[in-house]
Design a protein around this ligand. Structure first.
Ligand SMILES: NC(=O)c1ccc[n+]([C@@H]2O[C@H](COP(=O)([O-])OP(=O)(O)OC[C@H]3O[C@@H](n4cnc5c(N)ncnc54)[C@H](O)[C@@H]3O)[C@@H](O)[C@H]2O)c1
Length: 444
């Protein structure tokens, strides 16, 4: 099939590349000229395992194209995917300006029937707005084309995006037209080799499904963070508690790791947008509001431990920090716990020396540009020298089993603050470390 993907970010680039991999003819469109020029030269704007090879392979084969022109990119396309950002607006709701700008352009350029897909995460009712925007533009041009808008929320996880897209747990499609639904079914059929995981529903339910999924996952994290904070205070160990409850199949082991709060480009803004949606229909969701509140507080827990150990004034002190991205296997730092932690430490006069396997260019460019309180090193042991302590934030594999002898040699004090949930298999206290964890008795 011929496809246009509008918005070539994490979701757009992965979506377009995976559809191209399945033999479709795809054009990825973006307004960011530099991004498109780079992609044409094989320079991939994000880090995502497996993506670079797949982009290059399909570009060379001629299955995957890049363009800054929506008019050119949607020529002959049977399906156009809207995959632009829906960031948090000033009032906490999803900002739909990019989605509706694309809808307007689609209406200005459409010259034959097509299916328009909302792949961006958008609040309930957005497909109606997209449809009305396209229709109004077509009417201005005196056209009455048989186009359909469907909802196809994306569930990929950054860090495993290609894998998730190629082997989806489910593909949710919200449609009010049989023909459009059938086209989507055909497009995705090649992704289901063993059994069908295509879930069809009405448009509003599909839009809501994405928010419900993210709110549920965020709830599991905030719940476990609450339990961890209680564990610390009552002399329990959250690692045992987690395993104890996970063994109940109704609860399960996944997504019940405590830590320093969820971040990334989705959970914070989607939880907030869901609250706003509920608000707009006169309902106050108490649980979801608390999930958000718990998460914001959790981002301060590591700093509270540092202040308790070193005092409120951290002037003249340097801290080594491993892990800037909001989770491993990505360079994405949107709403990462590291942002809050670095701000709180430097506000108290501390210097931070940071290392991350992938996110340092992102940190330098978008977050701490010109900030002299933070410096970086290209190798993890190089940030340790003379640091008061090491702060561990992201579960990158290379942090799992470091050289503890080297840590002890380089650090000013053998102190580790661990914001990940890490079973203390290394018995760090026995190795002479002061080891602070989240949710473990005596580590508060
Ligand atoms: N990142 C994820 O893990 C993830 C997962 C599931 C769903 N989503 C949702 O998918 C959507 C996209 O997220 P993302 O992380 O890919 O965003 P992103 O910020 O990485 O990419 C968005 C891209 O859209 C481009 N863009 C903006 N306006 C445009 C226009 N008029 N025409 C063409 N391109 C335009 C931007 O330049 C940017 O490259 C969001 O709604 C997000 O909530 C994201």
């Amino acid at each position: 099939m011929k496809l246009a993907i509008i918005g070539t970010g994490y979701v757009g680039l992965v979506t377009g590349t995976c559809f191209a991999e399945m033999g479709n003819h795809v054009t990825c469109i973006d307004i960011d000229e530099q991004k498109i020029n780079n992609l044409k030269q094989g320079i991939i704007p994000i880090y995502e395992p497996g993506l670079e090879d797949m982009v290059k392979r399909n570009f060379e084969k001629g299955n995957l194209h890049f363009s800054t022109s929506l008019k050119e990119g949607m020529q002959d396309a049977e399906i156009a995917f809207i995959a632009v950002g829906t960031p948090m607006g000033d009032d906490g709701s999803a900002d739909l300006q990019y989605v509706l700008a694309v809808a307007k352009q689609l209406g200005q350029n459409m010259d034959k029937p097509m299916v328009v897909v909302d792949k961006s995460t958008v609040p309930v009712g957005t497909a109606d707005k997209v449809k009305a925007t396209i229709k109004a533009e077509l009417e201005k041009r005196g056209l009455n084309l048989d186009f359909h808008v469907v909802s196809n929320p994306e569930f990929l996880k950054e860090g495993a995006a290609v894998e998730d897209f190629m082997k989806p747990d489910r593909v949710v499609i919200g449609a009010d037209d049989e023909g459009a639904l059938e086209k989507m079914r055909q497009l995705y059929a090649s992704f289901f080799r063993t059994h069908d995981r295509f879930i069809a529903m009405d448009i509003r339910s599909a839009e809501m499904t994405k928010y419900a999924a993210n709110a549920m996952l965020a709830t599991k994290i905030s719940f476990m963070n609450e339990i961890a904070n209680i564990c610390e205070r009552v002399g329990a160990d959250v690692n045992h508690v987690r395993i104890g409850i996970g063994s109940d199949r109704r609860i399960g082991y996944s997504f019940i790791y405590p830590g320093c709060g969820y971040g990334g480009s989705c959970f914070p803004k989607d939880v907030s947008a869901l609250l706003k949606t509920a608000d707009s229909v006169g309902y106050h969701p108490q649980l979801i509001a608390a999930v958000d509140g718990v998460n914001q507080r959790q981002k301060h827990v590591i700093v509270e431990k540092i202040v308790k150990r070193f005092g409120e004034n951290l002037g003249g002190m340097t801290f080594a920090l491993w892990g800037l991205s909001f989770k491993p296997e990505t360079d994405d730092m949107r709403d990462a716990a590291s942002l809050v932690i670095i701000e709180e430490l430097t506000k108290r006069g501390a210097m931070v020396k940071a290392y991350d396997p992938k996110a340092m260019p992102e940190a330098k460019k978008h977050y701490f540009n010109g900030n002299t309180s933070i410096s970086y090193a290209e190798q993890k042991y190089r940030v340790l020298e003379n640091a008061e302590a090491l702060i561990l934030l992201t579960e990158w594999k290379e942090f799992r089993s470091p050289d503890f002898g080297e840590l002890k040699k380089q650090l000013k004090n053998p102190i580790i603050f661990d914001g990940r949930n890490q079973y203390n298999a290394f018995k760090l206290e026995e190795k002479g470390f002061e080891y602070y964890q989240i949710g473990v008795k005596g580590k508060g």
